[in-house]
Design a binder for this molecule. Sequence first.
Ligand code: SAH
Length: 237
Amino acid sequence: MAWRSHGQTNDELVDNLKAHNIIQHDEVEKAMKLVDRGLYTPHNQYMDAPQSIGYGATISAPHMHAYALELLHEQLKSGGKVLDVGSGSGYLSACFAMMVGEKGKVIGIEHVPNLVTQSIKNIEKHAPELIASGRVKISVGDGRKGYEPEAPYNAIHVGAAAEQGVPDELIKQLAPGGRMVIPVGNKLGMQALEQIDKLLDGQIVRQSLMDVMYVPLTDKDSQYTKWRRKIFKVKDL
Ligand code: SAH
């Protein structure tokens, strides 16, 4: 049951996600217990709902984080390589790193520079070795282009909704046997979470899983403009 797994502590939140069958694998439970959501957002840390982290971005709801980790768990084995597009608070990048272990690597791409800085600080609060060793690398960039220098990726997670369809570049950067989880659709509540598999022979298999609501995968200026309009209640900026 989505939206209903609130807790008083991180452990309680994760236990409730498990009790509601959203978390099904021990590896996912372990990763979410190792990464305390309280270190990634100052507000309502253990509520099962998205929270604003500024700049028009949110840290996604815990149940959406759990779904993403579950959908990708086969690709998040030891040594796996992961691309986290729209890495925001850095929470999921840290969970991915816990799952792929010391031999794995996580690349986060986020287009708001302040969020990149904050996400690195968030991870350093509890696992500075992830940043120092380069097992997690978060860079400023347009995630629609992926991150070619480290491709291909076993898992690609996109944390913002692709309004114009799935970027070709991301499909190209998926490894054979790899899986991408991406919300697709426009902002009017018509988004679906898609699972895109690249089979070993290169064939692409797409599946629409559930209706979701994510902030748009867009260009930085339009995200900022919308955000400033909302915060300052100004029509023309
Ligand atoms: N998984 C993140 C989700 C953050 S919300 C978390 O739970 O913390 C989605 C993020 O995508 C925002 O931080 C937003 O700034 C970012 N984003 C939107 N469009 C983008 C783009 N084209 N390139 C990179 N990041 C983008």
